[in-house]
Design a protein around this ligand. Sequence first.
Ligand code: ADP
Length: 488
Amino acid sequence: MSLQVLSVASEAVPLVKTGGLADVVGALPEALAPHGVTMTTLLPGYPTVTATLGKKPKVLHRWESLLGEPARLLAGQIGAGRNGEQALLVLDAPGLYARDGGPYGDATGRDWGDNWKRFAAFGRAAADVAGGVIKGLAFDLIHAHDWQAGMALAYQRFAPAGPQLPSVITIHNMAFQGHYGADLFPALGLPPQAMAIDGIEYHGGISFLKAGLASASRITTVSPTYAREIREPGFGMGLEGLIRARASDVSGIVNGIDTGVWNPAGDSELKAAYSAKALGKRAANKRALEAEFGLEKGDGPLFIVISRLTWQKGMDVLLEAADHLVGIGARLALLGSGDAALESGFHAAAARHPGRIGVRIGYDEALSHRMLAGGDAILVPSRFEPCGLTQLYGLAYACVPVVSRTGGLADTVIDANLAARQAGVATGVQFDGVRWQTLADALTRTVQLFGDPAAWRSLQRAGMRADFSWSGSGLAYADLYKSLTIAP
Ligand code: ADP
């Protein structure tokens, strides 16, 4: 008998995505199938999600009033990977989710004022499903993701609809916590004891993420280093005390990448496909990329950036170091969007250094593939990075990652220090602390490594050998689920 897991999340590719969370939730069912786990994903019924259900979707359950809103649970399918389509449940509550804009806010990016209700109702519905209110739909474990699913575990614990299931919550980014005022507590329909220090209460208000962290059987985050970092104030964002208190229940499992999508040998987006045995073919991709960004040819490395332009990603520090980058003979192609000041800052840097710095503001997945195939090194100078995906794409594409030593970046890149180079295992460049000087030094070190073709090839090949497919991480999640559901 396979283990039945209910995955509760606010995003999943290919239906709705604002970040890495969606990639993980979308990939998990297929990653777990080979390990005896059948995963069913529960999503809110945003328009892009309900549109996939066909004209007459199967109605599994009706709520007359889910926090005051009429709602239905609909059955669907998600994805079409190697193991076929996977089971999907959709919470259809038009009063909460049927609106234009993003999953959390309107078209201008402003958060919906009733997000507390949208995700409390989502949690209540998840707890009802986990508790067995739907005949013939039974689960062994509930896996909640991020603050939007945190309340599922609080409802399960304080107001269960049936037997309580073992549970896991995964933190994809501690910076988003779902904080609201205590005045909303009566509307949540929880008993008074839930509003306590080991429940959903947080500094006099309510925290949805804390609700999940305090109620889950186990807590995971998306890299072992981030799992340690969030015990500290700078990373725990106010929840470090809870993480320290539950340290023995907290672990890190690195995200995988979809090797069907991110594979330079079979990437139709590229001028020239290539493998580790034929890295010389990358040259054609580099020339094409230089042309696309209006860059001059040069002897130094071509750095690329594919990123949200935010403080978290260290983009302000990169902007300060842009003149140094050009000064040491390197070039930069940047794709990203985010803070207006950073967008205009990079435009200004490109104007100061025509032919040396090229900038594209926007989101363009196809271009990101071409950049990884044509760039020499990918820069990821994040101040914190729960896992990070672009450095993993860099490894797969022989685009050497240059990263700050934090979170998943620390766990997935091996710095080219003397020992690692002698052992032939180095895959990139790491630096400590995101400041002008540390980044400038890392850029200089990268230029020097690039100047030694044998050393550079060795970095590229070792990176391509590293396996960051889902196979290892799928097994790690399956082992965790089994440890919670199988009696010793
Ligand atoms: P985060 O989720 O914090 O933004 P990750 O590295 O985990 O960071 O995931 C970011 C994802 O979004 C990656 O798949 C990356 O390639 C993609 N991405 C980010 N910015 C852009 C962009 N401007 N154009 C195309 N893809 C982008």
